[in-house]
Design a binder for this molecule. Structure first.
Ligand SMILES: [Zn+2]
Length: 386
């Protein structure tokens, strides 16, 4: 393809010099006129060229190129003398210009200011993180997700157990004990949905207080403390506003994508792209696995929460061990978004003394003491009355 090498590099956008005064069109050369009937037919040219020297081929093709521009530029002179719009030298000049530096400094300072102005501390864990979304805006997004979950369940023909069903009552009972320690007792409109799906081990708590438990996770939770581990973990994701954090994390990507929409989207395509982006944002915020950091944080907050609510924190590690075993046989759905590993169980065991301390500091000491006393009394055949 070196045959197409021109004396001047071709640039897609070319600034043409002023049109020279009108003059009669130049007569094509004799050699070119021999092929003028099929000037653009490469086959003919090539066939001829193969019989001539390589030099002739280059000349013919150069002249053909010139002919493409002959409508406005009969002799091709304007095209040959065209200057590129963007040159390396020009770009270098822009980069070196003090005003470019000022804009870059302002942009970086603005981004840094925006970042630091939106730093906040996560409750319970005390971690500092970047979050631009208020609880209200996350809740509004979550409303859409709630409708989508209900729609999906209906489409799959899944049955939501009635409020009076023992399984719903069990989940509601554990939730009732956890909510006062969630720090969101008054903020959310708590609602419990137990989906009759023995083959699905899954649970989630959407921002806004919508609790979904798929009945397949109940045997794995085994007892109320195990269930409190699952629910405490899910509530903790809300308390720590992990959805808002994830949406904030994707803000950089969104800026780039929206800029692209602005530049190339036009109207129709822009709308489709924005719609696609919206569903992607939902997917990122709700469906993809939380980051390891967020998972570990939810484990910690959930453990403290269930201990304060008088559940046995020792059951948390046991629950995760059961999930781990179950995942080796068949991956429970919850595990696809909550990867279990030895490290998670090890961490929970490290936090256990603190959780036990929390439990002892909580009001349940009297309840436990009474329960122990009652058990002993029964063993001794003594019936107690208050
Ligand atoms: Zn989680």
């Amino acid at each position: 393809m070196r045959a197409f090498a021109w004396s001047r590099p071709v640039v897609p956008f070319a600034r043409l010099p002023a049109r020279p005064p009108a003059r009669p069109p130049a007569r094509p050369s004799a050699r070119l006129s021999a092929h003028s009937n099929a000037a653009a037919t490469t086959t003919t040219t090539t066939t001829t060229a193969t019989s001539t020297s390589r030099r002739t081929l280059i000349t013919v093709q150069k002249q053909q190129k010139t002919q493409y521009h002959s409508y406005h530029d009969p002799d091709g002179r304007r095209f040959r003398s065209a200057k590129p719009l963007f040159t390396t030298a020009g770009l270098r000049r822009v980069l070196k210009s003090p005003s470019t530096h000022a804009v870059a400094v302002l942009a970086v300072a603005g981004a840094a200011g925006f970042y630091f102005a939106n730093l906040e501390t996560v409750p319970v864990s005390g971690r500092t993180r970047f979050n631009v979304y208020s609880r209200e805006s996350v809740r509004a997004t979550s409303e859409m997700q709630f409708k989508r979950v209900l729609y999906d369940l209906e489409r799959q023909g899944a049955r939501i157990l009635p409020a009076g069903h023992p399984q719903t009552q069990r989940v509601a009972r554990v939730m009732q004990k956890l909510i006062p320690f969630s720090g969101m007792a008054d903020d959310e409109h708590w609602e419990v949905f137990v989906v009759d799906a023995p083959g699905t081990a899954n649970a989630m708590v959407l921002p806004g207080g919508k609790v979904f438990v798929f009945s397949g996770i109940l045997p794995l939770a085994r007892n109320d403390s195990g269930l409190a581990t699952v629910l405490g973990h899910e509530i903790a994701h809300n308390l720590a506003d992990h959805v808002g954090e994830r949406m904030s994390q994707s803000i950089g990507t969104n800026i780039i994508l929206y800029t692209l929409i602005g530049l190339f989207g036009g109207f129709g395509l822009g709308v489709i792209f924005t719609h696609w982006l919206g569903s992607k944002a939902l997917e990122t915020a709700f469906e993809n696995p939380m980051s390891r950091k967020q998972e570990s944080e939810a484990d910690y907050i959930g453990l403290m929460m269930m201990a304060e609510a008088c559940y046995d924190p020792n059951e948390a590690a046991k629950f995760w061990a059961r999930m781990d075993r179950a995942s080796k046989e068949e991956v429970p759905e919850w595990m696809s978004t909550h990867p279990s590993n030895e490290n998670r169980i090890k961490k929970i065991q490290e936090w256990l003394p603190k959780a036990v301390e929390k439990r002892e500091a909580s009001d349940c000491r009297t309840t436990t003491a009474f329960a122990d006393l009652f058990k002993r009394a029964l063993q001794n055949g003594i019936i107690m009355y208050d």
